[in-house]
Design a protein around this ligand. Sequence first.
Ligand code: C5P
Length: 274
Amino acid sequence: MKTPIEVFAPAKINLTLHVTGQRADGYHLLDSLVGFADVGDRVILEPASRLSLRVTGQMAEGVPEDERNLCWRAAQAFGARVAITLEKHLPAAAGIGGGSSDAAAVLRGLQQMYDAPVPFDPIELGADLPVCMLARAARMSGVGEQVAPVDLPQLHAVLANPRVAVPTPAVFKALPKKNNPPMTALPAFANSRGSLRWLQDQRNDLEAPAITLQPVIAEVLKQLSFLEGQWLTRMSGSGATCFALFDTEEAAQDAAELLAMTRSDWWSAAARLS
Ligand code: C5P
């Protein structure tokens, strides 16, 4: 085995997020089309005598280096003795699966390191873990445990986060209506324009409740909607990261450059989604 093992932890984007019901235990039933970006965090794993975690990178500030971090809990539940370096490039608590994608990357790396399967159900670490283990475009349903791969043409996005953290439980709690319609039937997604048109008719049901908690999200959506060439703007997950979609990489790059200049106080990035 070649060490250290490096694993990319891509940003998870909920292209749609329909909340279709609520279970007796309080968890919500979801119908979500999820894509993964070519921007993300990086996890580096090295065999060690005990478990440790170091967080580096431009978004490391405030990210815990102990059992409060999902990466730690993933390695602990795996029973691994490993030194983890987490290079943080994505904002935390941002609706783009930072913590879940990092933990899934740790689990994928440990599978390789130990040549063994994950000895527990990843959903025990969070509803986004199953889709992040797959790390490719998928339809997610149930409370997150049902994941079906979807062939999606490459989409071009601008991601923007106003650097406010949004606590997921509070957003679900602020959602007034739990039984909303699911996505309309998924088409064959032959090309990106067809996908963009279909996506325009879908929703993120958590957008409105997240805006009540963090009104700046409405401003992010507004700024994204002003970008030339955007087809749709939407929030990802429970926020606060929002995205705009474009049909060419050039349009997304130009828009991202403009947004980075006009809103240099926000985190933003151009990203390819697949
Ligand atoms: O599973 P995860 O830790 O990501 O979920 C955070 C919180 O979001 C849960 O404690 C729950 O309040 C809410 N949630 C939910 N229904 C889901 C996923 C998350 O109500 N399907």
